[in-house]
Structure formats: C-alpha cells, structure tokens
Design a protein. Structure first.
Length: 185
C-alpha cells in the first residue's frame, strides 16, 4: 500500500487575508501588514503599489512567538485612501483592518537641514566635507573613526554624534548629490 498526499486542499482554500493598515505615531506614517500569504499573487499587486511610491519603506522584524518574519511596509498619509480602495476592490480575497490617524495629532518627525549636520560634523571632527565627493568624504570619516573610536580610547559620546551626522549626511546629502549628478547627465 502506497501513501498518496492529498493536495486538493490548496485549490479549495478560501480564507480571507487580513490587511492591517494602522497609523504609526513612531514613524508618522501608515504601516501595512498581511495576516498570511495564501493569496500571494493578489498581494503582489498591493505590494507593488507600495513599492512604486517614492516615500515607501519596508521593515522586517522577527515575530515574538517564533522564528516567523513579519514584513511591514510604511507609506505617508496621502496614499492611504488609494491603497484602501485597492484592498476594497477585492472583498473575497482581502479584509481591511483600518485604523486611521488620531484626530488632532500632528507629525512628530522633525526636519533637520543638512547644513546643521555639515556644521556639526565639522565642529566635531575639524574636517569640512561639504564640497567633497562621497568617496573622499567617506575616507575622511573613516580616518577620523580609526583615530577616535571608543575602542582605541576615543570619547563614546563624540563618536556617537559623529556617526549620527555621517548617517544623515550619507543618506540625505551625498545620495541627493549623486542623484542630481545622474539626472544632469
């Protein structure tokens, strides 16, 4: 007697995937989670919409109950209505769990100009990197870190401040500069 696996359950699976769209005060954006991946092809439509937004981000965290990864996508408030409408167009596949932004709450994120980070970096390191290329500035940052890192006797708070400045400059100043150069070519 041989064993034969019954695969008919996958064709008859009719569970509805829950799409949670909740306001995240921490990130000042809407977060999106899917309860399962049974309707992966249909989920790809929604995920591709989120990916197409220039202001969308993705975060991966491990679930507290086990080794399962939880994927969370974030996007700004102005796209939430369009996303919710897309979910509502597929009522037999998705169930929308929407938690709107609380009334009266303003964005908690603050905009810090790049010049503040450039000045702070120069004050902490004694090096001006505003007119340098990314590679030259990275070399200056790494040389400073080699000499002043806490592991070699440097101040932990100063090194942390320099890291914060470098992260902001790398992302906002040099990346924007590179994109602008690419657009001009």
């Amino acid at each position: 007697m041989s064993y034969r696996r019954n695969t008919s359950w996958s064709r008859s699976y009719s569970s509805i995937t829950r799409v949670s769209v909740h306001w995240s005060a921490k990130s000042s954006a809407y977060s999106v989670n899917f309860s399962d991946t049974h309707h992966w092809n249909e989920m790809q439509v929604l995920i591709n919409f989120i990916k197409s937004l220039n202001v969308a981000e993705r975060d991966v965290q491990c679930d507290e109950t086990g080794p399962k990864k939880v994927w969370t996508w974030y996007f700004i408030e102005k796209y939430v209505d369009a996303f919710n409408e897309m979910v509502k167009l597929m009522p037999t596949i998705f169930e929308l769990d929407f938690m709107p932004k609380p009334t009266g709450q303003t964005n908690t994120s603050q905009f810090v100009p790049i010049d503040v980070y450039l000045t702070r970096f120069q004050t902490l390191t004694g090096q001006t990197i505003k007119d340098l290329t990314y590679d030259e500035a990275k070399r200056v940052y790494r040389q400073w870190q080699r000499k002043n890192h806490p592991d070699v006797g440097g101040d932990k708070d100063v090194a942390s401040s320099v890291n914060e400045c470098w992260s902001a400059l790398e992302l906002n100043h040099f990346k924007a500069k590179k994109e602008q150069e690419y657009a001009n070519t």
